[in-house]
Structures are given as structure tokens and as C-alpha cells.
Design a protein around this ligand. Structure first.
Ligand code: X2W
Length: 286
């Protein structure tokens, strides 16, 4: 690169930082819950970049809370073990053997990979699941789905206490039942319930699509719950997007200020959303 071009690059970097000031001020002290889906985890580079963004957010005063999925990683171990698995309406039918694999993969491999990535960038992450300190008590969603749980009682104090100590909670979507059962919770559902219990300022749902699309196929940059209901009735919002928009509606009803559905594979997706005028994905609020 020519010296002149290099200078231009640095000048642009300084300008970007300067332009971020109002956003840095807006989110100082804010609780931002980030759902990282298994499909958005991808490569080690993507994980490193995500972890760097999270540590940067904390450095500038945000309290990040990570809730993760790991569906593809569960599929792989189940297949290796020769255990069949099927989904009904986006939820994995979970028998006793399956729930053990789900907990091993989510609370073990996936959770610790994220913790290690954040710590590798100079953060201090602590991996827990919905079981820890009674964060997420669940009831069975539907007998046909086996050990799939719906969060019914939340105690977010463990998450708040970790945040106050500048530790970054990384939460696996596994919950306990009142009778000592282990429940497999959809990652989006868990993230919505945790964000709701925390009355978070933002819930960022990182996915592998660029946002909620309208009838013309273009991503809608901003919409409210009424528009979501209308687009769902019209069949424009369909398939895998439905659990995400439902999570968004539940989270708003529980007191989350805004939910953003965005593509987690895009570089620096979280920073783009929080700290630039451009934003990313679809912002949902009333
Ligand atoms: C999910 C939990 C993991 C998850 C599962 O067993 O796959 C249910 O379906 P992603 O990567 O966010 O899809 N649980 C009940 O949600 O992972």
C-alpha cells in the first residue's frame, strides 16, 4: 500500500471512532443480550471476531450477556453416536438419551469454546447454563416433544451479579425442571426469556439471514409488533423466521426495549448495529 493510501486509511479509522461517540454514550451501562446461533458460529476466525466485538462492547461500558445455540453441533454428535433426531415446528424431539447429548454439547463443547474465545481477546467470560443459580426453571413444552422445556420462572440475579463484576456471562440454553429433570430449550426462546427477565436494552438475534424480509424480498430495517403480526398472517414471515419474530414479540412484551434480527456471519455485525448510523438487520420495537 502507498504511504498516502495508508494515511487515508488511518484518517478514516479516526473518523469512524469520532462518529461513534453518540452511540458509545447511548449504550454506556446498557444490557445487551446477544443470541449466537450454531449456524452463525462457523469458522474459528468468525468466533474470534465475535469475541473481539463482545470484549470491545464491554470495554466501552456495555454489559454483554451471551446466550448461545449449537443445533448443528448437537446434530453431529447425535449422528456420530447413531441416535436419530427429528424436529417438529423447529424444536428437537428430545428423549432421555438425546437430552444428555444436548447438555454435553451445549454446556460443554459449545459453551466453553465461546468462553475461551472471549477470554482469548482479553475478556473474562464465565460459562453457565439456565440451571445455574435457578436462572431458568422450565416446564415441559409438549409431551410429544419429550424433554423440551419452556422457561416459566426466571431468576436473572446470577447474570446481574456477574455483570457487576465485569464478568461476561455465556449461557447455554439448558434448564432445570421442578422435579429435577433437564430440559432442552430452543436457543432463541432462552435468549428472549433471559433478555425479558433482565429488561435488556437490546436483544440481538444473530442468525444466518440478513433480517426480516418484506413482501418484495427486501430486508425491512425497522418494524413494530403490529407489522410482524400482519406479515405473519399474510405468510410473508414464514418458516424458520417465525420462532425468531415470536421471540422478539415475547421479549418486547416482557420489557426489552428493542430486538434486532441480523446476520451474525457479517464481519463485526454487533458493532455495526450498535455503533454506526447504518445499523444492521431488522430493528423491532413498539
Ligand atoms: C435446540 C437447542 C440448540 C439451539 C436443539 O436441540 O437444537 C430445541 O430445539 P441453534 O443453533 O440456535 O439452532 N433446542 C428444543 O437452539 O441451537
Amino acid at each position: 500500500m502507498k504511504k498516502q493510501d495508508m494515511n487515508r486509511d488511518w484518517i478514516a479509522t479516526a473518523r469512524t471512532l469520532s462518529q461513534a461517540l453518540p452511540y458509545l454514550q447511548r449504550y454506556e451501562g446498557a444490557t445487551v443480550v446477544i443470541k449466537l446461533g450454531g449456524h452463525a458460529m462457523g469458522s474459528d476466525e468468525a468466533m474470534e471476531s465475535f469475541a473481539r466485538d463482545v470484549v470491545l462492547m464491554q470495554q466501552v461500558g456495555v454489559k454483554p450477556v451471551i446466550v448461545h445455540g449449537g443445533g448443528p453441533m448437537i446434530n453431529k454428535l447425535l449422528a456420530d453416536l447413531g441416535i436419530q433426531s427429528e424436529f417438529v415446528n423447529g424444536k428437537r424431539v428430545t428423549d432421555k438419551a438425546t437430552v444428555e447429548v444436548v447438555e454435553m454439547v451445549l454446556s460443554g463443547l459449545v459453551n466453553k469454546r465461546i468462553v475461551q474465545a472471549i477470554n482469548g481477546q482479553g475478556g473474562r467470560a464465565v460459562g453457565i447454563s439456565g440451571k445455574d443459580a435457578n436462572l431458568m426453571i422450565c416446564e415441559q413444552t409438549n409431551p410429544d416433544l419429550g424433554f423440551v422445556g419452556t422457561p416459566v420462572e426466571m431468576d436473572p440475579s446470577i447474570v446481574q451479579e456477574l455483570g457487576e463484576e465485569n464478568l461476561i456471562p455465556v449461557i447455554a440454553p439448558v434448564g432445570a425442571g421442578r422435579g429435577g429433570e433437564t430440559y432442552n430449550v430452543n436457543g432463541d426462546t432462552a435468549a428472549g426469556a433471559i433478555a425479558g427477565a433482565l429488561k435488556a436494552d437490546r436483544l440481538l438475534l444473530l442468525t444466518d439471514v440478513s433480517g426480516v424480509k418484506g413482501a418484495d424480498g427486501e430486508v425491512l430495517t425497522s418494524l413494530n409488533s403490529q407489522q410482524i403480526r400482519k406479515l405473519t398472517d399474510e405468510g410473508v414471515i414464514a418458516g424458520g423466521m417465525i420462532p425468531k419474530t415470536e421471540t422478539a414479540l415475547d421479549a418486547l412484551a416482557a420489557g426489552v426495549r428493542a430486538v434486532v434480527i441480523l446476520d451474525g456471519r457479517a464481519p463485526n455485525a454487533c458493532l455495526l448495529e450498535l455503533y454506526t448510523e447504518h445499523g444492521a438487520g431488522s430493528l423491532i420495537r413498539d
